[in-house]
Design a protein around this ligand. Structure first.
Ligand code: WTA
Length: 700
């Protein structure tokens, strides 16, 4: 499956220099390791497991599974019976066994330039122990689920690792989600405790996080699933608390923080920028102050020893029915997989300064800001802000400031910055950069080349990492010093991963081919179930093609054996690297009192990759006005969050349907693109709606 000879011509190679110190220095070496990983997973993963601490050994098979629904229940178990603690492995082990206590774990860079702090492994461990004790004192026990709704601050990492330390299951909800989305996730995972912050800034915009969290808690109460306690960190209103991060440890490095009254240089004169504080309503029956709780908490906290197969976290991802799925990952396999992918894919070296720009609210942040880097003892940048604030050079300024060596971002960010040309990039030197990475969606070759030529100055290989919330870590990716790169291709499988391309009838296609991307066997980091709904797990991923995990992505293999992900083939769309289901947006639209029916399709967008094009049919007697359209946009933002804001909404007095009443989204996609080549429309019940819709398309 992995080719014997590599392609000539349009491929890009890493420098020989990089190969000298790399963990996998050549394609030959990659092939050897790959074969070992699939022929003898026990030995391959067993070697990686030896780097970590296990309180007791596993029993039975290293990787035990059934991937075939026709043979019974789907299950995946890695090192079942072994006991460990992931927090112990990423913190205590680094501090106590590897003597990395004084190494910086995170270089935190706030939204405002100049707002910064550092935290070492020792300090992080101390904070986590204290907060784990806080959670225990609030009655949180092993197996309980805790919701976390926080900005990109160090305390978010503290909260998640504290859960892991006591065996509680964290469920992080991206801080850009609406109150409705937060409530839905809290109730689905039955969380009795929420951790949030007063607010934060995204660029110039104040997000009143506590206010949104309160609205969510009210909704939970209405559903009779009250959250008992809400722990609130004062991030913006920190001067209200007599608490200082640097007082936590005698070893603390200097901490510099400027608050939200920032000096800005403008036309040579100093202009004082005053940013408003968030509104922080306080309900004494529910709300608890993070800082007060921490002051009284003990610094000693024994980890809870967990089975390798105990749950670690739930993370919600869009589902094609519209209801998000709680993807569940377990302790042992996820630890091994995030640690190994981080080490090999970013070719981690001890003096690296690594930076992943994702938000911890998404899987990329879970695996490649928290668990993978910390498991390796890495130093990472943790960035609260935006690539465009205060200007479009911000990322490169930070790269120079911290001498970042490995940089991981999303194609949508690259496309956005590309629009401003090379000058904002070239204002900074970027000499420290060695490896670049992308994740979230297919990267178009033009953006790949800009990233390669301009940002990396032809010196840095790009790892185009294909993976999913469900896969836990990278599954298709180049290894930087080993794999010759083709712009836009995620190249070959990671260790332990066996891909195949199937046609509609489920037959495996060989050689050059295009079809469904599936995986034939599990790897340690694959999800174990949909929280509270194992049947949905089986139906979504294993039913269409028995014996395979179905990714939902299309894929082609070229003549050289390279894999190219072509995008989603289900009712999902990928907006700026974030998955949304069309059903989710449709249901938000039809909840509006004026709307009778809605159909949503994806439409190409040059920065976001894809965007939302919505068709709405109004109820009788309703008139389509600008105000109504604005109301519909607001409705979607409030139900789901700003990432789901529709770009286009078209008034559709009728929708193309089959005789059985199914909306033909395939036809709507063509209408949105003004593509008259509709293919076979013989099943269409009323062909006259087509012309009507073409005539009233949104002006793009
Ligand atoms: C898409 C993000 C092409 C894909 C880690 C997948 C990609 C979905 C790539 C998962 C890539 C992610 N090339 N497509 N390198 N990376 N995708 O769950 O459609 O938020 O199924 O996980 O993003 O999105 P998720």
């Amino acid at each position: 499956m992995i080719p014997n000879c590599l392609p000539q011509g349009e491929v890009y190679h890493a420098s020989e220099e990089l190969g000298k110190e790399a963990h996998v220095p050549s394609f030959q070496k990659y092939k050897e390791l790959y074969l070992k990983s699939v022929d003898n997973p026990e030995e391959f993963w067993g070697d990686i497991a030896k780097e970590f601490y296990w309180k007791s050994k596993h029993r039975g098979q290293f990787l035990d599974y059934n991937f075939d629904v026709t043979k019974g229940k789907i299950y995946i178990k890695c090192m079942e019976g072994a006991t460990t603690n992931i927090c112990y492995n990423v913190l205590d082990r680094n501090v106590k066994e590897r003597k990395h206590g004084d190494k910086i774990a995170f270089l935190w860079e706030g939204n405002e330039p100049g707002d910064e702090m550092k935290i070492t492994y020792r300090e992080l461990l101390l904070q986590v122990c204290k907060f784990a004790n806080v959670l225990r004192s609030q009655g949180v026990k092993k197996g309980d689920c805790v919701s976390i709704y926080m900005p990109m601050i160090v305390e978010l990492v503290v909260a998640m690792l504290a859960c892991a330390r006591i065996g509680a299951v964290h469920s992080i909800v991206f801080a850009g989600f609406s109150a409705e989305s937060l409530c839905e996730r809290i109730t689905d995972s039955n969380c009795a405790l929420l951790i949030t912050a007063d607010g934060f800034y995204r660029g110039d915009k104040l997000i009143n996080l506590k206010l949104i969290a309160d609205e969510a808690l009210l909704k939970c109460k209405e559903k009779n699933l009250p959250v008992k306690k809400c722990i609130v960190i004062k991030h913006l209103c920190k001067e209200e608390v007599s608490w200082d991060r640097s007082s936590c440890s005698s070893q603390s490095p200097p901490t510099k923080r400027v608050c939200h009254s920032v000096q800005q240089e403008k036309l040579g004169e100093k202009v004082k920028k005053v940013c408003p504080k968030p509104q922080v309503p306080w309900n004494p029956d529910v709300d608890l102050c993070w800082h007060k709780l921490m002051q009284d908490a003990s610094e000693e906290c024994d980890p809870e020893w967990c089975d390798s197969e105990d749950p670690l976290f739930v993370l919600y991802t869009s589902g094609s029915t519209g209801k998000p799925k709680g993807v569940l990952h377990t302790v042992g396999g996820y630890l091994l997989y995030t640690a190994a992918t981080f080490k090999y894919v970013f070719d981690y070296q001890p003096d690296d300064v690594y930076w992943c720009t994702a938000d911890i609210g998404w899987i990329t942040g879970h695996s490649y800001i928290t668990y993978g880097p910390l498991a390796n003892g890495a130093t990472s940048v943790l960035f609260e802000g935006l690539p465009t604030y205060p200007d479009v050079s911000r990322l490169w300024e930070i790269v120079d400031k911290y001498k970042v060596t490995k940089f991981y971002t999303a194609p949508t960010a690259i496309r956005l910055l590309m629009k401003f040309g090379s000058e904002p990039v070239q204002k900074y030197r970027r000499k420290s950069l060695k490896i670049l990475g992308t994740v979230g969606e297919p990267i178009n070759p033009e953006a790949w080349l800009w990233y390669y030529n301009i940002v990396g100055e032809k010196r840095c290989p790009i790892v185009d990492t294909f993976w999913q919330t469900e896969t836990g870590g990278h599954v298709m990716t180049p290894l930087p010093a080993a794999t010759p790169m083709k712009p836009g291709s995620a190249t070959f499988p990671f260790f332990g991963v066996v891909p195949a391309i199937l046609n509609e009838s489920g037959e495996e296609l060989e050689g050059e081919a295009e079809g469904y991307l599936v995986f034939k066997q599990p790897w340690p980091g694959v999800m174990r179930t949909v929280y509270g709904n194992h049947q949905r797990f089986e139906t979504t991923y294993f039913k269409k093609f028995p014996g395979y995990y179905v990714t939902g992505d299309g894929c082609k293999r070229d003549k050289d054996g390279y894999y190219w992900i072509t995008g989603r083939i289900d009712d999902m769309l990928n907006v700026s690297g974030h998955l949304l289901s069309t059903a989710e947006v449709e249901s938000a639209l039809v909840e509006h009192s004026a709307v009778a029916e809605a159909a949503v399709v994806s439409h190409p967008h040059d920065v976001k990759g894809e965007c939302l094009y919505c068709f709405v049919t109004l109820k009788d007697g309703q008139e389509y006005t600008e105000a109504l359209e604005a109301g519909l946009r607001k409705q979607v933002r409030e139900k789901i969050g700003p990432i789901a804001t529709p770009d286009y909404i078209q008034n559709a007095p009728g929708l193309p349907k089959t005789r059985s009443g199914k909306i033909m989204r395939r036809v709507l996609r063509k209408i949105a693109r003004n593509d008259k080549d509709l293919g076979d429309i013989s099943t269409l019940a009323d062909p006259t709606v087509i012309e009507q819709l073409f005539n009233s398309r949104c002006v793009l």
